[in-house]
Write a protein that binds this ligand. Structure first.
Ligand code: TYM
Length: 332
């Protein structure tokens, strides 16, 4: 913990296998930010259970997500890596913030509206209060910056509102965090429906690339990616499929979209797609090898998440105690 550095908090749900969207929209940027900030990177298992999870799958994926964080290049010695449920303050703070949140503002969350559609009459309450738990995650660490993809921006606004509301109702307690949305890769789209976000919960497996997909699967999914009949590599909303592939290549290689358009000026889609697939494979292959290595060594992972939980509990409890006291709860 470094006193003079600004604080970052972010997390990924172990609710499915992680996608290229999670990698380019979140993880890859965390790696870039880790030297400059004091970072808390959490595996948000309590968020994952807002929809039904098989226990064995949840356990396996929680460890896999932690292994992916480290394999992507996040240094567990310099950053705090932990599992959300190991820090009970998150659940406690979530309740205290729930009592200061409104049905109206939670009903307006677009992710809730989308996800609740699938549940008919039996929408899980956890899906509704999910953003309040996310606000607790962030606010407990006096976070300055939250690096996320575009889809989390509305949740972050809510965290800012809840923090600000508490501060005005009681007194200055929470730092109000800023979002960090990366300039490229913040919204990777489905390969099959490029006007929709790439998502691990997509029923069509050809719509997403998983971080752990083997090379032949990546080649196949990219070659099947929906494009158009225009036949020219251009960065425009009229060609959402091609635009998405340009964004993917740009986020991986660091070329601008103009540079990519110039590179493929007289070339067809198949050469372009081929290069995109190879770039993804080259980026993910070393990461995949490391993940498989780390997963063989459960003891080391345990050491990492236990040390992370110690640090995180210390920080989170400091804020939680202040919150409890201000509300009028009697200290133990
Ligand atoms: P989750 O698990 O859905 O996604 C994790 C991160 O990946 C980003 N992301 C994407 N970025 C670009 N293109 C995509 N297609 C794409 N899909 C996902 C997300 O924006 C996110 O940054 N509620 C959060 C997890 C969370 C959290 C937090 C994040 C819980 N507490 C506190 C930040 C701070 C979520 O469900 O992310």
């Amino acid at each position: 913990m470094e006193e003079n550095k600004k604080i970052i908090f972010s997390g990924i749900q172990p609710s499915g296998e992680l996608t290229l969207g999670n990698y380019l929209g979140a993880l890859k940027n965390w790696v870039k930010l880790q030297d400059e900030y004091d970072c808390y990177f959490c595996v948000v298992d309590l968020h994952a259970i807002t929809v039904k999870q098989k226990s064995a799958d949840l356990r396996r994926r929680t460890l896999e997500v932690l292994a992916i964080y480290i394999a992507a290049g996040i240094n567990p010695e310099k950053n705090t890596l932990f599992i959300q449920s190991h820090v009970p303050a998150h659940s406690e703070a979530a309740w205290l913030l729930t009592c200061n949140s409104y049905m109206g503002e939670l009903s307006r969350m677009t992710q809730f509206k989308d996800k609740s559609k699938k549940h008919g009459e039996s929408v899980p309450t956890g899906l509704f209060t999910y953003p309040v738990l996310m606000a607790a995650d962030i606010l407990l660490y006096q976070t300055d910056l939250v690096p996320v993809g575009v889809d989390q921006k509305q949740h972050l606004e809510l965290a800012r509102d809840l923090g600000g509301r508490f501060n005005s109702a009681y007194s200055q307690t929470f730092k109000i965090p800023e979002p960090y949305i990366p300039p490229v890769g913040a919204k990777i789209m489905s390969l099959q429906e490029p006007t929709k976000k790439m998502s691990k919960s997509d029923e069509n497996v050809n719509g997403f690339i998983l971080i752990m997909d083997p090379p032949d699967v990546i080649r196949r999914k990219i070659s099947r990616a929906v494009t158009d009949s225009i036949g020219v590599v251009n960065y425009t909303d009229e060609q959402p499929g091609i635009k998405n592939l340009i964004n993917i290549l740009s986020a991986i290689k660091g070329y601008t979209s103009d540079e990519i358009v110039a590179m493929y000026k007289d070339k067809g889609y198949s050469e372009f797609k081929n290069d995109v697939a190879e770039a993804i494979i080259e980026e993910l292959k070393p990461l995949q090898d490391k993940v498989n290595e780390f997963l063989k060594d459960k003891k080391s992972l345990e050491t990492i998440y236990k040390a992370g939980a110690d640090k995180a509990n210390y920080m989170a409890n400091k804020t939680l105690r202040k919150v409890q006291k201000k509300i009028g709860l009697i200290p133990r």
